[in-house]
Design a binder for this molecule. Sequence first.
Ligand code: SF4
Ligand code: MSK
Length: 631
Amino acid sequence: MGDMSKKYEEYTITKDGQLMLAKAEKEQIETAWDRLQAQLPQCGYCELGLSCRNCSMGPCRVDPFGEGPQKGVCGADADIIVARNFGRMIAAGAAAHSDHGRDLVEVLANVAEGKAPGYEIKDPEKMKRVAAEFGVDTKGKDTLQIAQELADAMQEEYGTRKKRLQFVSRVPQKRLDTWEKLGIVPRGIDRETSEMMHRTHMGVDNDWQSLLLHGLRNALSDGWGGSMIATEVSDILFGTPSPVTSAINMGVLKEDHVNIIVHGHNPVVSEMICQATEDEDLVQLAKDKGAKGINLAGLCCTGNELLMRRGIPMAGNHLMTELVIVTGAVEMILVDYQCIMPALGHVAKCFHTKMISTSDKAKFPEMEHREFHPENARELARELVREAVENFERRIPERVYIPVEPIKTMSGFSVEAILHALGGTPDPLIEAIKTGKIRGAVGVVGCNNPKIKHDYGHVTLTRRLIENDILVVDTGCAAIANAKAGFKVPEAVELAGPGLREVCGALGIPPVLHVGSCVDNVRILVLAAALANALGVDISDLPLAGAAPEWYSEKAVSIAVYVVGSGIFTVLGTTPPILGSMNVVKMATEGLNDVIGATLAVEPDPEKAAILIRRHIEKKRAGLGLPSIEV
Ligand code: SF4
Ligand code: MSK
């Protein structure tokens, strides 16, 4: 496979990816890269955001060269069409994260009612803290009673009756003042998404600026609402992460074990699968079938959830999800929702791998649907693990190819864990920033996209940042890329600049901290708010930035917009479909600075993105009166 894999160096920087792409080619298995080629050239109107199909007078398009039509049938021009399309991307992303949060709140309520065997409250102390924020009186009440009242209060967040979301109380006052002045304080989680869909219906909001403002509010209802609920309730139910060591890349699959993989985003199913793989009778069954045991691994953000909390090994990120099946070593993949390519079932058909969909809202071609609910989760998880074990006999050993050895990685850096590592307060971090040992911090987040060389954007940007004494916190598929590159072990401080090396070395932590899955980007917001409050400044004054070098999903758009709305400059590696409107582009990349104190930038080259970010960080340092350098 070695020679054949050379040509795939253009597709991915990862050895396992290159080798598996070569195997896929040899076995004539189609991947996302092949399908991208088949799509080229992609529609230019859509790329620019200039096509609209919001009603049946259309579909319409606006000619970017000024020669063809300049307005849709209804009269919408380029600015309106681009802003409406962008707004709908935000709404879809916010809806995905927030509905994920709602599912967790429902499990919390079921636990409280005793209807979720196998689930429990793993972090009652955190639950009490969050309950207090929601005004739940915890005195004299037992854990389940508090869980019920907190679940009820959280469900209220989704509706329309409130004037502002509860977690807005975590926002520094100066930031909140800005939101109030602009009228973008998020009210109800579903309300803001629903209002975006209303505004973008034909004949409603036809002012591109007002559409963009609501885009900010909608995204903030995700960041400080739905996603924040998802993260906090996951911690309450499954435990708040603390540092843990594990392994990563396709080498985590084991030739002599039954391999089961969980993929998607919501830990509700995977936590139960994890428990079942440890059941002694099922492990014994695996041994009876000739395997040495049961090996559980993760993909994408469901994998991140298990890695963060339980140190379960991680097989790969978004673009590795098809290739992992091509190893021929996987007995079963269980998916929940989000980022699951509908191609997976077709790839699995070429192997013995069983594909199982588990969510009532996410069904896929060529997958067997076995629906999980809190009441049946424990039993169904056992049933499915048993079936995976039985499937081991169908594996064809000659087709098995596990291409690399795993890499060590450290994970589990929740805000609580970071503060603990710092000795209980953010002061040492603030001190290191003040002296310039750490120049600033950057969240490197987001997906893979076959339009960008796989993992190249994440790894190159992160490498340049840490070399220049900038602490990186990462989530999602970016976090997986950086772990595969070896950045997440304490020894990786050797790759960092002298200041960051000294600080991380003294604390025994890597220079790149894994803070979780996509919804866990809110941990970065919470940390940023804590730093701003400690310094008595706005988040936008801090030497911070965000980056999504290889993003593809609508959720990433919502994240980018709520990060900017929270005051953090953010660089995107792929261009969002807004280039058809210079007004929207100028507002996003310049004008927002006066409005909200932060902007978006687009820079596909991660080397240049690193320079942009370093300049921004030095500018913010100078603004705070801290020593700064020329970049
Ligand atoms: Fe065309 Fe306007 Fe209908 Fe969009 S809303 S499809 S621009 S007529
Ligand atoms: S899984 S949203 S590809 S980060 Fe969260 Fe990865 Fe992006 Fe999905």
